[in-house]
Design a protein around this ligand. Structure first.
Ligand SMILES: [Zn+2]
Length: 51
């Protein structure tokens, strides 16, 4: 199951939503699916979801 989380860039002074990141990468590993989001400001956010 995926939890619905509103992803927002956590860089100081940046409130951009990560729904439409400048760059996105999804990688599945035995520990879960990792998603990498790069905001237009250059900050990178990584999430891990297990199913
Ligand atoms: Zn940002």
């Amino acid at each position: 199951m995926l939890e619905e989380i509103e992803l927002v860039c956590d860089a100081p002074g940046c409130d951009r939503s990560l729904d439409e990141p400048a760059f996105r990468l999804a990688m599945t590993t035995p520990l879960g699916t990792r998603r990498v989001y790069e905001c237009a400001c250059g900050a990178v956010t990584i999430t891990v979801s297990r199913e």
